[in-house]
Design a protein around this ligand. Sequence first.
Ligand code: HEM
Length: 177
Amino acid sequence: MNFILWVHVFCVILTISGFIVRGIWMLADSPLLHRPWVRVTPHIVDTLLLVAGATLAVRIHQYPGVNSWLTAKTLGLVGYILLGTVALKRGKTKRGRIAAWVTALLVFGYIIAVALTRNPLPLGVLGAARVQVRSMAAGHPGYILRSKLEVSDIQDTMGLNTPSTLAMIRPIAADAI
Ligand code: HEM
């Protein structure tokens, strides 16, 4: 795993662990939630996560607003941050805070699924992962497909023949075939 991707994934682990712990403090009405370092650290982690993500995007020449999976991830990140603010700061009632916290966790799960499949509609998460091969040996940061057969396999597995799926598959396949 290259260094920037490592930083990105490390920040992913930090942000979600911190969010779960702060959620538990919120449920318990703990004063720890209001400590200055508890309030500041998540901003640093989330900024680093975004900067590392943007650097990776430049590196693989795929961008939010151009490639739909990155658009979905970026919108997902904005949603996760906004829901997190409601859950841990702005929410007026405990019920509302809990609802925002659970929704933020679901949004986070969605972002992970999008990251692993490179698909904004990650319906076939497991199947897609099965036929994707990371070509680290060739120094290529993306995925390759092993054969032409798998190109149709991956489309069948995802059950999606939409333009965005095809746009995602074609450039990858062109690399491998
Ligand atoms: C909460 C937000 C995010 C989460 C949970 C997340 C999660 C992940 C994970 C788990 C991977 C590794 C996928 C793999 O190993 O196959 C990844 C890769 C990546 N992420 Fe994110 N990400 C987030 C936000 C972003 C944002 C906002 C961007 C871009 C602006 C971004 C750009 C990328 C890129 C380009 C890769 C692929 C790197 C590669 O395979 O070479 N991520 N992300």
